[in-house]
Ligand binder design. Structure first.
Ligand code: BTN
Length: 330
């Protein structure tokens, strides 16, 4: 951990030398431990200059998702104050589900790779190493379960804003929570709720976010190539994933506070990014039936208001809605 704390300290001040003595005092470790940690970082590809009587300075480093890469950018009060970073895990949502009882409200798990990434509707989520940001947050709001239904829409806004802050790109939302750039899905969100059987009380919510950050087009499996994209494919620039993960946590933290107090203008922000409204849509019903309709609006509770060909209006709250012009629906 002191290794990651040293990395965070050097990342925070890339333009100045920090003496080994200052670091050892700040972290309460010996000078020898500082030097050992610096060498271990160097072995991992970090270029760290060391100058006698001046100290250490970070020159460059690999794109890693570790505490040391995320902490320098964090400004949070609740979400992310307990942060766990793993090189690989089956699924960050599954991890939190297993450990939920022993972890505090706002715990965030980040990983560099998922071996069993999960998507909505029982699908899998491709989570290759070194390319994406896979992150889940554990929330324990003291609220009735029905209040939690709109959380995933709030999360979609937070994700878009974090991507925008980090890259300058302006993502849109395909209702309810697919994040789209350049006509392709660059991020998926899976929000899962646990309810106590007897009382019906909300135990916790886990919201999981998978962002395709630095994938090249040819790295997606053939069947996803027209649908999935990455931030790199749109901007032509590699994203620093630690920074992106931190901005995501910052945005989730603000969102959580606003959501708990019923505050903020998330509905307006959601509407302004929602690409579904005004488009022809296909509704995939639970029984497998497919219906065509026109999307008219997102209502106060984030439901999608559609108009059927016979003029009948309906508020859709769940299920698959495809948008004409996107992903094979022509
Ligand atoms: C979807 O679009 O179907 C939702 C995809 C959600 C993927 C994220 S990656 C982090 C978290 N862990 C998971 O296993 N899934 C979510």
């Amino acid at each position: 951990m002191s290794r990651e704390a040293i990395l965070a300290r050097l990342r925070r001040n890339p333009d100045i030398y920090i003496s080994g003595e200052v670091i050892s005092r700040e972290l309460g470790i010996s000078r020898a431990a500082v030097s050992k940690a610096v060498n271990s970082l160097r072995k991992d590809g970090y270029e760290i200059a060391a100058v006698t009587n001046r100290g250490y300075r970070l020159i460059s480093g690999p794109d890693r998702l570790s505490e040391g890469e995320v902490l320098p950018w964090l400004r949070t009060r609740q979400v992310g104050t307990h942060l766990l970073c793993f090189p690989v895990v089956d699924s960050t949502n599954s991890y939190l589900k297993r450990e939920a009882l022993s972890l505090p409200d706002g715990t965030v798990v980040i990983t560099n790779q998922q071996t069993g990434g999960r998507g909505r509707l029982g699908r899998s989520f491709q989570s290759p190493p070194d390319r994406g940001v896979y992150l889940s947050a554990l929330l324990r709001p003291n609220l009735p379960p029905e209040r939690a239904l709109n959380l995933t829409a709030f999360v979609a806004v937070a994700v878009c804003e974090a991507i925008e802050r980090t890259t300058g790109l302006a993502p849109q939302i395909k209702w309810t929570n697919d994040i789209v750039l350049g006509g392709r899905k660059v991020c998926g969100i899976l929000t899962e709720m646990s309810i106590e059987g007897e009382s019906g009380a909300l135990q916790h919510i886990i919201t999981g976010i998978g962002i395709n950050a630095n994938q090249r087009a040819e790295e997606f499996p053939e069947e996803l190539r027209d649908i999935a994209g990455s931030l790199y494919m749109v901007s032509g620039q590699e994203v620093q994933r630690g920074r992106l993960a931190a901005e995501l946590i910052n945005a989730l933290d603000q969102m959580y506070a606003a959501w708990l107090s019923n505050g903020g203008d998330y509905l307006e922000r959601y509407r302004s990014r929602c690409l579904t409204v005004g488009k022809q849509v296909r509704l995939l019903r639970g029984n497998g039936r497919v219906e065509e309709a026109t999307a008219l609006a997102v209502d106060e509770s984030f439901a999608l208001v559609v108009e059927h060909p016979d003029g009948r209006r309906e508020s859709i709250t769940s299920g698959e809605v495809s948008v004409r012009g996107l992903w094979g629906y022509l």
